[in-house]
Design a protein around this ligand. Structure first.
Ligand code: NAD
Ligand code: 0WE
Length: 258
């Protein structure tokens, strides 16, 4: 049985009720996990209030600001986890960002600042979060990150995010090799396209979704709940032999050649 009771799970990347991280948080909660939620703070605190109301039914025992570009916020987050929970069992990394101007046009025109921003937020952040989580994962554990096919194959307009996801997927393998010694598993879920805040801001996402509906073996896209179920599995003891892997939750789209 999929059982996460007694496990402390920190979930990053919830922005609204369409976020993949929201689908994951709900499935972890359903499996009995004790949740902590982090949010990206903004000047006006609008995000914070919305996310707080959204997650209330899951009764998170921690609710913390964490901008991964602010090292002191990362440190503070895990200091609080240490204080309030003592140990951490599950870390969900579900965030990405690139400048909108770098998600289209000629890839070669990406600026060094745009390149560094995408890789810092979307790939390096997994390393910094794992480094901070490592001393708290004293009873083994599971780290899950979200990736996309555009990190393994060329997807038009995904551009610098594809390079960031390629780095993220390699981070998964190097981190799995390091953390395996303390029975911490590190895996990625490669989700098919889903309408979320991040994807809806991208031109042509609806066309991509229609393409998946036409081509993928299951003839439909995947849902946040399906990704959440895969994440809950990877965090559970049912997946105790699985680490360093990228699990495709994409209606089978990636197996097709035409
Ligand atoms: P989303 O907009 O709901 O989530 C992105 C999250 O990243 C937001 O919660 C945002 O606050 C957070 N974030 C951005 N910059 C941050 C920073 N500096 N510090 C902390 N948090 C920051 O969109 P989503 O589609 O749910 O994206 C979640 C993950 O899923 C991303 O890694 C994305 O690449 C991946 N993914 C999305 C799709 C898709 O089609 N939606 C497909 C495959 C993978
Ligand atoms: O990883 C993603 C989205 C990542 C993303 C989206 C945005 C839009 C708003 C990162 N940064 C930003 N910055 C913004 O200002 N996906 C997998 C969804 C996605 O994005 C695409 C896709 C798909 C699918 C971009 C181009 C082509 C396909």
């Amino acid at each position: 049985m999929l059982d996460l009771t007694g496990k402390n799970a920190l979930v990053t990347g919830i922005a609204n009720n369409r976020s993949i991280a929201w689908g994951i948080a709900q499935q972890l909660h359903q499996a009995g996990a004790n949740l902590g939620v982090t949010f990206l703070p903004d000047e006006r605190g609008r995000y914070e209030q919305k996310v707080r109301e959204l997650v209330e039914p899951l009764a998170p025992s921690l609710f913390l600001p964490c901008d991964v570009q602010q090292p002191e916020q990362v440190t503070a987050t895990f200091n609080t986890v240490q204080e309030k929970w003592g140990k951490l069992d599950v870390l969900i990394h579900c965030l990405a960002f690139a400048s909108k101007e770098d998600l289209g046009g000629d890839f070669s025109r990406v600026s060094v600042d745009g390149f560094n921003l995408a890789l810092d937020v979307s790939a390096y952040s997994l390393v910094s979060l794992c480094a901070a989580a490592k001393p708290l994962m004293t009873d083994g554990g599971s780290v899950v990150t979200l990736t996309y096919l555009g990190g393994a194959r060329v997807v038009p307009n995904y551009n610098v995010m594809g390079i960031a996801k390629a780095a993220l997927e390699m981070n998964v393998r190097y981190l799995a090799a390091e953390l395996g010694a303390q029975n911490v598993r590190v895996n990625g879920i490669s989700a098919g396209p889903i309408r979320t805040l991040a994807s809806s801001a991208v031109g042509g996402i609806l066309d991509m979704i229609h393409h998946v509906e036409a081509v993928a073996p299951l003839k439909r896209t995947v849902t946040q709940t399906e990704v959440g179920n895969a994440a809950a599995f990877l965090c559970s003891d049912l997946a105790s032999g699985i680490t360093g892997q990228i699990l495709y939750v994409d209606s089978g789209y990636s197996i097709m050649g035409m």
